[in-house]
Design a protein around this ligand. Structure first.
Ligand SMILES: NC(=O)c1ccc[n+]([C@@H]2O[C@H](COP(=O)([O-])OP(=O)(O)OC[C@H]3O[C@@H](n4cnc5c(N)ncnc54)[C@H](OP(=O)(O)O)[C@@H]3O)[C@@H](O)[C@H]2O)c1
Length: 316
């Protein structure tokens, strides 16, 4: 047995965790081994990770005992929750508490918690610029994560708080790709006006996390924001036009209009984009491109992401 340190990764068959497992496995002399956590060790994705060299273990973040077993003997752990699987900030908060407790019990030496801002620190519930959702949130899928950061601190779990950014992969998998308007021209629709939207290739999130685990102690207790670029909607449309060889326009709508689109999560996302636009300087400033690139020298720009993935973008 080598003296490699094991990193246990929640969401290993998904976007964030998958990027981290692959980053660890791609660097065999890096001093780390990957333990992929999944609910189904027999799924195709789990088997693929095992084939690549990951240790694959079963656990569910809704089952604290299973998590504690999955963390046993690991040096580090990567924690992420799955808001869009259930749309419940309360469930997310309970899962975060379970993960923190399991890490505390297992004596995990370094946790990276994939979090986001509690927007209510900037937009209190009394601020009527955007509606309050589910009784106590402005951006439920942000607020529940940010509110829960303190759980790790209070339990004394050595944690890095990693604020992620909008995945450009949302243009492929999240229904946000360019759509044809009445005149047949493609357009991306965002309520961002002329403001910058920090974005990242989903696979780069795991690579940045790997950079944090490699740095180790200096990142414990710290908050780090990551992004690959801070393009405006117009700049993203121009880059898509260039990459796809077809005109893609930027359809800037108001946050009110976006909230009214009616798909599940539209109000949450409308508030989220409004928050990013209204607090552009703070939000971009909290996601340094230089820091992200230092953690992950392969960090992609939007044009580089397009060059790699443009053929997967559904053009409706
Ligand atoms: N989309 C964006 O732009 C964006 C930006 C920033 C942050 N986020 C946040 O990213 C989070 C989602 O991360 P992701 O995109 O990496 O997720 P993802 O790609 O949807 O990955 C989900 C994976 O997690 C596993 N999983 C789901 N429920 C689980 C459970 N109860 N216990 C254990 N594993 C479970 C599943 O694996 P198995 O089926 O193998 O168990 C699945 O493959 C969300 O909370 C979202 O708010 C998203």
């Amino acid at each position: 047995m080598s003296d490699k340190k094991t990193i246990a990764v929640v969401g290993a068959t998904g976007a964030q965790g998958g990027g981290l497992v692959r980053a660890i496995l791609a660097d065999p002399s890096g001093g780390f081994r990957a333990r992929a956590i999944t609910r189904d060790v027999n799924s195709d994705k789990a088997k693929e990770l095992a084939k690549l060299g990951a240790e694959v273990v079963a656990a569910d973040i809704d089952d604290e005992a299973s998590l504690a077993r999955a963390l046993a003997g690991a040096h580090g752990a990567y924690f992420v929750t799955f808001f869009w699987a259930h749309f419940s900030p309360d469930k997310e908060k309970a899962e975060i508490r379970s993960m923190a407790r399991a890490a505390k019990a297992a004596g995990t030496k370094h946790v990276i918690w994939s979090t986001l801002e509690d927007t209510r620190q900037w937009v209190p519930l009394s601020d009527n610029r955007m509606p309050t959702l589910m009784g106590e949130y402005k951006v439920p899928h942000f607020d529940a994560k940010g509110e829960s950061n303190k759980v790790f601190t209070e339990m004394g779990v050595p944690t890095t708080f990693m604020n992620t950014s909008f995945y450009w992969d949302n243009f492929i998998y999240f229904g946000m790709g360019p759509k044809k308007g009445p005149d047949g021209t493609l357009a991306i629709t965002l309520p961002m006006g002329d403001k910058k939207l920090p974005g990242i290739a989903a696979e780069d999130i795991g690579k940045c996390a790997y950079g944090i685990f490699k740095k180790g102690a200096e990142y414990i207790g710290k908050t780090v924001g990551i992004a690959g670029e801070h393009p405006t909607g117009a700049q993203m449309a121009a880059a898509m036009t260039n990459a796809l060889g077809k005109e893609v326009r930027y359809n800037a709508v108001t946050p009110e209009a976006f909230r009214g689109f009616g798909f599940p999560g539209a109000e949450d996302l409308g508030n989220m984009f409004q928050f990013k636009a209204d607090f552009e300087e703070m939000f971009c400033g909290a996601r340094s491109l230089a820091v992200s690139r230092a953690l992950n020298p392969e960090l992609m720009t939007f044009a580089q992401w397009l060059a790699k993935y443009k053929d997967r973008i559904p053009l409706e």
